[in-house]
Design a protein around this ligand. Structure first.
Ligand SMILES: [Zn+2]
Length: 101
């Protein structure tokens, strides 16, 4: 809780952001829809966490509030790697979802 306070107070205007995170979350939602998986917050977060542990992060310096702009600059070499990891992660979560039915 204390950490939250500190972070909130000192959020800089410019900060490093892992653009892979944004991409993975977007792709997880898409993959879950295509594969018939669950799109609830828990399943999306679980799948995104699994995928993010597998792919290399890619940080860019971003101005606060301008996150989406930098995603395009990431249409890059690791996209295939990301998609493979995302698909695997979504399928894993589908087999063993943590949400209550
Ligand atoms: Zn779910």
């Amino acid at each position: 809780m204390d950490d939250e306070k500190i972070i909130g107070k000192t959020t800089p205007e410019w900060m490093p952001v892992n653009i892979v995170e944004e991409i993975v979350i977007e792709k997880v939602k898409k993959a879950a829809a295509e594969l018939g998986g669950c799109g609830c917050d828990i399943c999306v977060s679980d799948a995104a966490a699994l995928a993010l542990n597998e792919v290399s992060p890619r940080y860019v310096t971003t101005r606060k509030g301008a996150l989406l702009q930098s995603i395009d600059s990431a249409s890059y070499e690791s996209l295939t790697e990301i998609l493979v990891s995302v698909t695997k992660a979504v399928m894993k979560v589908m087999e063993n979802p943590r949400h209550k039915t």
